[in-house]
Design a protein around this ligand. Structure first.
Ligand code: MN
Length: 297
């Protein structure tokens, strides 16, 4: 006799569907919708995430000089760059560099700080073509803000992978989906995955109550919880309450799903510095001016 009760999970409702904000340029290489922090999607509301820039598909002309953004510092958080179309090249003041290939992810822990440049990979830049990427900033807990900078260069074949019934799949980048873990290590609980669904497919998402959750429609559209439509290029902000979301593919789609435990710590931000107090921001600016982030031409 089966005695174990299956507990019904409550629905994580859609709080709002956010249409793409007007695009802006980061340098001359990244033409992005800045979904947050923006309007009601504050850094506090989106914690442990802080910023989401979505470079929806943009065609770049062939050019010898790489499109991109010049040397700039970061301190106190992590940048997660996902290349959906095109390739991103980077190098930093500590001598690190590399290429984020199409379909790959770079999880950079800025920690105590570095200077870096981000630009279109040289060969693909010469050829021109479509470019589509995401950059997500993941905040660091206060105790880890000054951790040693490091990179996790994660290629697409290294992702956790879950096959879906109709031929689609889930790529797990961090945390887990359906018991399959992603390769990225994180400083606080974070789940990040790409749902690559075929039309008519249903996926069930489960995250703890209290987690911050959002879903970005990279390609195609979906129905959430049987009653909310998530169109292409839109972001669904999900209520923190509840534990369960259903996703139905209206058409073939790619959805980036992020969910994480809020840090519940004070946030102080100035440009590329993300700390807990104003005093730490002043210190970061002073360290930057004194060259403590290193040199990069
Ligand atoms: Mn950067």
């Amino acid at each position: 006799m089966k005695t174990q009760m299956k507990r019904e999970k409550s629905i994580k409702s859609v709080e709002r569907i956010v249409p793409p904000p007007p695009k802006h340029w980061v340098g001359d290489g990244f033409n992005v919708h800045g979904f947050f922090p923006h309007g009601p999607l504050t850094g506090e509301r989106m914690s442990p995430f802080f910023l989401l820039d979505y470079g929806s598909p943009t065609d770049f002309p062939p050019r010898e000089e790489p499109f991109g953004v010049g040397p700039h510092p970061h301190r106190g958080f992590e940048t997660v760059t996902i290349a959906y179309k095109g390739k991103v090249e980077h190098h930093d003041s500590r001598g690190n560099g590399g290429v984020i290939g199409e379909g790959d992810v770079q999880w950079m822990t800025a920690g105590s700080g570095l200077l870096h440049k981000e630009y279109h990979e040289r060969e693909s830049n010469r050829q021109g073509g479509p470019f589509q990427m995401v950059q997500l900033w993941v905040n660091l807990p206060a105790k880890d803000k000054m951790t040693e900078p490091k990179y996790q260069a994660i290629t697409n074949p290294e992702f956790g992978r879950v096959a879906l019934e109709n031929g689609g799949e889930v790529e797990v980048i961090a945390g887990e989906f359906d018991g399959v873990k992603g390769p990225a290590t994180t400083f606080s609980p974070v789940h990040l995955c790409n749902l690559k669904m075929k039309k008519g497919e249903r996926v069930e998402l489960d995250y703890p109550a209290g987690y911050t959750t959002a879903i970005l429609a990279i390609e195609g559209s979906a129905t959430l919880n049987d009653n909310e439509t998530l169109p292409t290029d839109n972001l669904a902000l999900i209520e923190r309450d509840g534990e369960h979301i259903t996703v139905d593919a209206i058409e073939d789609n790619i959805l980036l799903v992020m969910s994480g435990e809020p840090l519940d710590e004070p946030i102080a931000q100035y440009g590329p510095f993300l700390m807990n107090t104003q005093q730490e921001i002043v210190q970061a600016m002073r360290d930057f001016q004194m060259g403590k982030f290193g040199q990069l031409d």
